[in-house]
Design a protein around this ligand. Structure first.
Ligand code: IVH
Length: 692
């Protein structure tokens, strides 16, 4: 994996000059390139260890020579004191808005205007996705980032340079590139969108929910909120992204949008993805159609497309009217909203006992599917929006989230309506009093045997995002819980022994039973992360489950981990860590895990394991020799690599362990000679698997 030879212009430390300033320059360049490869191209050219080594060397040199520290050094991303108030700075040229429409006709009108104003000269369009984030202007002087400004009122914006500097994909120093006049591009402005990916957004919200904090409505709000934080040390914890879509410079002439994007990329900026040069309106519409359809598959939110005249001279000729350029136009995709009547609000008791208020809606079509239920989150949400039974409400669906009620239509509120009173007891037959903890938004039913909870746990297990069991939808779960065939998740895997009873149930014939049992069997193939998500640990959503699977690698490890071990996983806070530890310590849950293991569910993560400090294999170099008792050499190698270790071909002083089997030859001798620790297969396994 190590490809530092890619840096053919650089030298290894041994051959480099003794001048610290030169070495510092080299290191910064290497780190910059590695950052670009890792963050922008998602194709790392250095492994973590090598990267850390370079970074540490640079930090150490800078500490010895503080006079050589410059603000564009990769060590200086997070710095400075928290700002009390951001100062306002004027934009070099105003940040314009875009005229936008949801209507294709108006795109035709826009094109007609462009054609007329350009008086028959040929022109092309550059189509971009419209990123749904926060607009940002970045100013570079002598190739270094000197200013990051928000859009503000378009004339001047807030100086949030300190925060922008923490965004890993934003270069602190741009690569040197030349314009067609031979002049180097050194002083310029880049504009683009700061945004957050859907996955990061969901993970942060999961974490906030766990901490009892307010949830962000969408990735844009979270991005905006993050950029306004006063302490850059907090900002750096939130994974922000940047996509550039505009370049301006006094250093020379740029010809087209396409040209600018190419230069930006060469300078090391991530540019807007999937952009396309369109030579006809037909191509433009094809772009709009394609992304209207495919936008759900993007890892970030887009609310439309931006159509721009490609040629910059033509852009200049077209000019602007007021706040709107005549050379660009935004086509927005329909927001997924609908209005309908709120028939009732009922409580749904989730698998963890959380009582979620759910809206029972008059069925309405929303983004291609009929919606009759939507979440109302919690008591505070209903109270804040003052949503009442009988209201005509607005229902929204965005990204990955379940439909939610986002407001009501004031004029349509019935005269006799009264504010919603949140119920005090669980709706199931046990009528357990609901409890609300200090600092939490949710009410809980704490009776573990509550049939709603049992149902919730099994429904969650069978749901699409967890084990995705065909034939085991909510209605079926309800029915099987009702007749006593299911009381735990593991019972699902024993249904095949209950064929006769199933056939005796209403509406169940051979074929349906077969399909259900097949669906259940197939679910045993789901990866470990899904199992982990499926068992329903409080605060562990899909993303957290994935992280846990990648970090711990197996159920065994999770069962023996402590709260502190969980806290060490980046992105897991105190509260989630506490909940996970408590879940795994609970004897009922441990019994359930064992039960599921016996039924043949996956208890091991199969991909790479990010085992930072979690197992002693991480970062160590192994040499394998001889015939191992149970594993093939390749299997052992694979296992070591999955846990972050390396496998080398020959023994040297750098070898940490020699894994030796039967008939080990010269390598074993060499190990003994050098005093390298020799281990057996069993010892290797013990390093990864804790004793149970
Ligand atoms: S070009 C003259 N390209 O949309 C304006 N804008 O309503 C040039 N936006 O404030 C803007 N993605 O924040 C452009 N690919 C893209 C964009 C984009 C998102 C935002 C931008 C701007 C707003 C305009």
């Amino acid at each position: 994996m190590q490809q530092h030879d890619l840096f053919s212009h650089s030298h290894s430390p041994e051959t480099s000059t003794n001048q610290p300033s030169e070495r510092i320059t080299q290191l910064r360049e290497q780190i910059r390139r590695a950052d670009f490869a890792y963050y922008v191209e998602a194709a790392p050219i250095l492994d973590d260890r090598e990267y850390d080594r370079l970074f540490e060397e640079l930090s150490a040199l800078e500490q010895q020579h503080p006079d050589l520290i410059t603000p564009d050094s990769p060590t200086q991303r997070v710095g400075g004191e928290p700002t009390k108030e951001f100062r306002t700075v004027q934009h070099v040229q105003p940040m314009l808005s875009l005229q936008n429409t949801y209507n294709r006709e108006e795109v035709l009108d826009f094109d007609r205007r462009v054609r007329e104003l350009l008086e028959g000269k040929p022109y092309e369009y550059w189509c971009d996705l419209k990123y749904d984030g926060v607009a940002m202007s970045l100013r570079y002087q002598d190739g270094a980032l000197v200013l990051g400004l928000t859009r503000g009122d378009g004339i001047s914006g807030d100086d949030i340079t300190q925060n922008v500097r923490t965004i890993p994909v934003v270069p602190l120093r741009a690569n040197a590139v030349k314009l067609s006049n031979g002049q180097e591009l050194r002083n310029f402005e880049v504009r683009g969108e700061v945004f957050m990916t859907n996955t990061d957004f969901l993970r942060i919200n999961e974490e906030r929910e766990a901490a009892g904090e307010k949830l962000y409505a969408n990735p844009r709000n979270l991005t905006a909120g993050t950029l306004k934080l006063q302490d850059p040390r907090e900002v750096v914890k939130r994974p922000l992204q940047f996509a550039a879509y505009f370049l301006a410079s006094e250093d020379g002439v740029l010809f087209s949008q396409a040209d600018s994007m190419r230069l930006l990329r060469e300078m090391g900026f991530p540019t807007a993805l999937h952009s396309r040069l369109c030579s006809s309106l037909e191509d433009v519409f094809a772009f709009l159609d394609e992304w209207e359809e495919r936008r759900e598959t993007l890892p970030f939110q887009t609310d439309g497309a931006v159509i721009k005249v490609n040629n910059l001279q033509q852009q200049f000729e077209l000019g602007a009217v007021g706040r709107f350029p005549r050379w660009a136009f935004a086509y927005k995709y329909e927001a997924k909203k609908a209005q309908t009547r709120l028939n009732a609000i009922f409580l749904q008791i989730g698998r963890t006992g959380v009582a979620t208020p759910v809206a029972d809606l008059e069925p309405v079509l929303l983004a291609g599917s009929t919606i009759s239920r939507a979440t109302l989150h919690n008591a505070d949400y209903i109270a804040e929006l003052d949503i009442r039974t009988g209201d005509t409400v607005v229902v929204e669906k965005g990204g990955d989230v379940i439909p939610k009620v986002s407001g009501f239509v004031t004029e349509m509120r019935p005269a006799e309506s009264t504010p919603f009173a949140f119920p005090h007891e669980c709706p199931c037959s046990h009528k357990q009093a609901l409890k609300r903890y200090d600092g939490e938004a949710a009410y809980y039913c704490e009776f573990a045997g509550c049939p709603s909870q049992v149902r919730g746990r099994i429904e969650h297990w069978a749901s699409r995002k967890a084990m995705d069991i065909e034939g085991l939808g909510e209605k079926v779960v309800d029915q099987l819980v009702e007749v006593g065939l299911l009381t735990t998740v593991a019972d699902v895997y024993r249904l095949h022994t209950q064929r006769e009873r199933l056939l005796g149930l209403e509406r169940w014939a051979e074929k349906r039973v077969d399909n259900l049992l097949q669906g259940i069997e197939a679910s045993k193939e789901r990866p470990f992360a899904k199992v982990l998500f499926g068992v329903g640990v409080r605060f562990v959503g899909e993303e957290t489950a994935k992280m846990l699977a990648e970090h711990f690698g197996s159920m065994e490890r999770l069962m023996s981990a402590t709260k502190d071990d969980f806290v060490q996983v980046f992105g897991i806070g105190e509260r989630t860590a506490g909940a996970i530890a408590a879940w795994f310590q609970n004897p009922d849950n441990r019994a359930l895990v064992r039960d599921l293991e016996r039924e043949g569910l996956k208890m091991q993560h199969e991909g790479r394991i990010i085992a930072d400090a979690v197992t002693p294999v991480q970062g160590k170099t192994f040499v394998i020799t001889g015939t191992l008792p149970t594993m093939k050499r390749d299997e052992a190698k694979d296992l070591i690599q999955r846990y972050g270790g390396k496998v080398a071909g020959s023994v040297s002083k750098k070898t940490d362990f020699v894994l030796a089997g039967e008939e080990a030859g010269s390598k074993l001798e060499k190990a003994q000679e050098l005093g390298v620790k020799v281990i057996t297969e069993a010892e290797l396994l013990a390093m990864i698997q804790p004793a149970t």
